[in-house]
Design a protein around this ligand. Sequence first.
Ligand code: C5P
Length: 250
Amino acid sequence: MSDESRPSPAQSPVAAVIPAAGRGVRLGPGAPKALRALNGTPMLIHAVRALAASRHVSLVIVVAPPDGAGEVKSLLDAHALPERTDFLVVPGGESRQESVRLGLDALPPEYGVVLVHDAARPLVPVDTVDAVIEAVRDGAPAVVPALPLADTVKEVEPATVPGDPEPVVATPDRARLRAVQTPQGFDRATLVRAHADVTDDVTDDASMVERLGLTVVAVPGHEEAFKVTRPLDLVLAEAVLARRRLNDGF
Ligand code: C5P
């Protein structure tokens, strides 16, 4: 499908790419992070359900560990997922960037809006997903959910030996800083161009779009969209799930 015949973001169906190929070493030894269980269900399944909960999302592409695509396919088959959503599993790469690019390569032509969501953010609420989609459909080439910071942030000259004192070089104005989450949302053509043109090492997809000189906008994120990185985050995630169950009347 040529760019001209592709639907504009305003009418386009939405696909989500979930990079889940990381090893998650900061969580300690064990299964790859995305396959760790939260209340008995793998984190990845929570993340897939969180994205598929949006009625706008009709395809979810999971990027699996390079040698784990079969296992991830079986996992998706073994868990209840919404019937109106299609699911694809593709093997990932060495870096998060490469994994996202491999996910984009598998995207059917009719999708003009793409979300990229970390498997490590299993509890993002559907309202946050929908707010990102709405901003892309309204014409933003790239959208990030973001929260103000509680901590003051310092820029330092990193020590060569971990644990050594580090000189502080600057204190950015906290009121202008945001902590950025996922899903990040994109006009598909913009994200594909960013992945083709930007080769620098980045930690999120929106910064690749910034490097193209395009405007990225932030919409309100949510505290439950936090990234499960360290062992304590697993405890917090299970507490959030327990609270949700109580609120749902179980
Ligand atoms: O390591 P980090 O927490 O930043 O990873 C963010 C997301 O990127 C995770 O969901 C992880 O599984 C994914 N990732 C990937 N391929 C890699 C490295 C990370 O899909 N090679």
